[in-house]
Design a protein around this ligand. Structure first.
Ligand code: UDP
Length: 229
C-alpha cells in the first residue's frame, strides 16, 4: 500500500477548517472541521458553580459535555448522551484541564458544550481542538491551547489522522493524542490496539507533528477573530 484509501500520504492531515466566535449566546465558541468530522464548541464562565455542593473552594471546576447529533453518523445515534458520550466528556475534560488556570477562580465552574455535527472518526480530538479555542475566546486564562489528532496503524503502516474507514480496517490501531504545543506537554494519550515500543515512539512523533500543524491553524483562526478590519 503506497497511499491511503483517500489518497493522502501516511503523515498527511485531512483538510482543516476553523472558525472562532460562531455563537453569540456563548462567552466563547468555535467550529473545528477535519475532513468530514465537524465539532462545534461553546464555552461559558468562569461563573458561579451550581449545584453549590460541587463547588471547589480551591479552584474552578471544568465541566465538559460531549454529544453527537442524531444525524452525525450513518446509523442514527439515539438522542442524548449515552455511556460513550459520558466517557468522552471525561476524556476531553482531562485533556483540557492542564491548560486552564483553574486555581484563579475558586468556587466557579467553566462549562464547555460540544456537539458533533458530522463524524468520520477523531471526534474526541476535534472536540478538544474546538473546545480549547472556545475557552480562549471566552477569555479564560490559559497556559496554552490544546491541539489533538488521531494517530494509528493501518495495514502495517503508521498513519496520521485516521478516517472511520481506516479505523474499521482489520487490525487497525487507533491512538488519540493531545498536546499543549507551547508547553511541550502531552495531555491525552489513549490507545486502542497494540504497538511495539518503537512503533509507539514513532506514533507519538507523528502525532506531535500533526498537533503542531493543527496548533498553527488554531492560532491563525484565533487571530483572525481579533483582526482589525
Ligand atoms: N461512530 C458511529 N456511531 C456512534 C459512535 C461513533 O458511527 O454511535 C463512529 C464515528 O465516526 C466516530 C467513530 O465511530 O468518529 C469512532 O468513535 P470513537 O468512539 O472511537 O471516538 P472518536 O474516534 O470519534 O474520538
Amino acid at each position: 500500500m503506497e497511499k491511503r484509501f483517500d489518497g493522502r500520504k501516511f503523515d498527511e492531515l485531512r483538510e482543516i477548517e476553523v472558525k472562532v466566535g460562531i455563537l453569540s449566546a456563548c462567552d466563547g465558541s468555535a467550529m473545528f472541521r477535519i475532513g468530514n468530522t465537524i465539532a462545534i464548541a461553546g464555552a461559558f464562565g468562569p461563573r458561579e458553580c451550581h449545584p453549590k455542593h460541587l463547588q471547589d473552594p480551591e479552584k474552578a471546576i471544568l465541566k465538559c459535555h460531549y454529544d453527537m447529533m442524531t444525524f452525525s453518523v450513518p446509523e442514527r445515534k439515539s438522542p442524548g448522551p449515552g455511556r460513550r458520550e459520558i466517557e468522552l466528556s471525561s476524556v476531553i475534560r482531562r485533556a483540557l484541564t492542564p491548560a486552564i488556570f483553574l486555581e484563579e477562580f475558586p468556587k466557579t465552574s467553566i462549562d464547555v458544550f460540544i456537539q458533533i455535527m458530522q463524524a468520520d472518526a477523531g471526534t474526541r480530538c476535534a472536540s478538544i481542538c474546538a473546545a480549547s479555542l472556545a475557552l480562549a475566546e471566552a477569555g479564560i486564562p490559559m497556559r496554552d491551547l490544546v491541539s489533538a489528532v488521531g494517530v494509528g496503524k493501518v495495514n502495517g503502516k503508521l498513519v496520521l489522522d485516521l478516517t472511520k474507514e481506516e479505523e474499521d480496517t482489520e487490525g487497525a490501531v487507533d491512538m488519540p493524542i493531545a498536546i499543549m504545543p507551547g508547553k511541550k506537554k502531552i495531555t491525552l494519550l489513549q490507545m486502542d490496539g497494540k504497538l511495539s515500543r518503537d512503533e509507539l515512539e514513532e506514533a507519538i512523533k507523528l502525532g506531535v507533528k500533526g498537533c503542531l500543524q493543527i496548533y498553527e491553524i488554531q492560532k491563525k483562526a484565533l487571530k483572525e477573530k481579533y483582526k482589525v478590519r
